[in-house]
Ligand binder design. Structure first.
Ligand SMILES: NC(=O)c1ccc[n+]([C@@H]2O[C@H](COP(=O)([O-])OP(=O)(O)OC[C@H]3O[C@@H](n4cnc5c(N)ncnc54)[C@H](OP(=O)(O)O)[C@@H]3O)[C@@H](O)[C@H]2O)c1
Length: 241
C-alpha cells in the first residue's frame, strides 16, 4: 500500500497532486481548511496555522494507517501563501508572521512529527516540499515569500543530511512547480504595478496560455517520484527535469 499525506490538497497544485496520486491507487489524506470533494481522498478539515491542532490531525491520520501494510509513505508540504505583495517597508507584522508560519514553520513542525512517528517503519519514506523558483531568485515585492521558500530548501538539505546515515531514513526533496494556474497566480496578476513591477510578465504568461495546469503538475510530480528521479536532498525544478 502506498500512502500520501498532503497539506492544501483542496485547491490548486495540491488538488492536482492529491487526485493524480489517488487515481494511481494511493491512499491519500489531505489537510486543509475547506473540503472540495477530492476524488478518492480523505479530506481532514484543519487550519494548519493552529500548530497543536495541525499536529493532532496529522497524528490522527498516522494512527489510522496500518503500518504493517505500508510499502511507501510520503508527506507533501504543499500549502502555502504569498501574503501581501509589496516591498518590505510596506507590510504589516501579522501578514509577515502568517506567511512565514504557513510556508516554513508548519512544514518544519509536520516534518518533525512525521519523521518521529515513522522512525521504526522500514518502508520507503519521503518528504516532498513544494518550494518555488522564488527560493533561489529574489523578486521585488516578494521578500517574505522568497525568504520562506529559501528556508524550505535549507530545511530539505538539512533533513536529507540528518537522515542519510540512518537505517530507516526519510528522503527529503524540494520541487519547484513552475508557474501554475491557481488562486496564487490570480492574486499575482491582480497586484498593482507599483507593488509588483513584474506583474506584466505574469499577465503575459496567462494571456499566452503558458501557465501549467495543476493537473499537469500533479502528473509530473508523480512521474518524477516513480521514475527514480527524486534523490535525497534534491532541489528540482519541474521545468528543467
Ligand atoms: N501557483 C504557482 O505558480 C506556484 C509557483 C511556485 C510555487 N507554488 C507553491 O505551490 C504551493 C501551492 O500553491 P497554489 O498555487 O496551489 O496555491 P492555492 O491555489 O492558493 O492553494 C493553497 C492551498 O493551501 C491550503 N491552505 C492555505 N492556508 C491554509 C491553512 N491555514 N490551513 C490549511 N490549508 C491551507 C488551501 O486550502 P484551504 O483554502 O482549503 O485551506 C489550498 O489548498 C504553495 O506552497 C506555493 O508556494 C505555487
Amino acid at each position: 500500500m502506498n500512502v500520501l499525506i498532503i497539506t492544501g490538497g483542496s485547491k490548486g497544485i495540491g488538488k492536482g497532486i492529491a487526485e493524480y496520486y489517488a487515481a494511481n491507487d494511493y491512499l491519500v489524506y489531505s489537510l486543509s481548511r475547506t473540503k472540495s470533494n477530492l476524488k478518492k481522498c480523505e479530506e481532514v478539515e484543519v487550519d494548519i496555522l493552529d500548530l497543536p491542532l495541525a499536529e493532532q490531525k496529522l497524528n490522527y491520520i498516522l494512527h489510522k494507517i496500518d503500518f504493517n501494510y505500508v510499502d511507501k509513505i510520503t508527506l507533501i508540504n504543499n500549502a502555502g501563501r504569498l501574503g501581501k505583495i509589496a516591498s518590505l517597508g510596506n507590510l504589516n507584522a501579522s501578514d509577515i508572521d502568517t506567511s512565514i508560519k504557513l510556508n516554513t514553520t508548519v512544514p518544519l513542525v509536520l516534518s518533525n512529527l512525521f519523521i518521529d512517528a515513522t522512525k521504526d517503519l522500514k518502508s520507503e519514506k519521503q518528504i516532498i516540499n513544494i518550494s518555488s523558483g522564488a527560493a533561489a531568485n529574489p523578486y521585488v515585492g516578494w521578500s517574505v515569500y522568497c525568504t520562506s521558500k529559501a528556508a524550505i530548501d535549507m530545511m530539505t538539505r538539512t533533513i536529507a543530511l540528518e537522515q542519510e546515515g540512518l537505517a530507516n531514513g526519510v528522503n527529503c526533496m524540494s520541487i519547484y512547480p513552475g508557474v501554475v494556474d491557481t488562486n496564487m497566480q490570480t492574486q499575482i496578476r491582480s497586484t498593482s504595478i507599483e507593488d509588483f513591477k513584474n506583474v506584466d510578465r505574469f499577465i503575459g504568461l496567462k494571456q499566452n496560455n503558458e501557465l501549467y495546469t495543476p493537473e499537469y503538475v500533479g502528473q509530473r510530480i508523480y512521474e518524477m517520484d516513480h521514475g527514480q528521479q527524486l534523490n535525497n536532498g534534491d532541489i528540482l525544478d519541474i521545468r528543467y527535469k
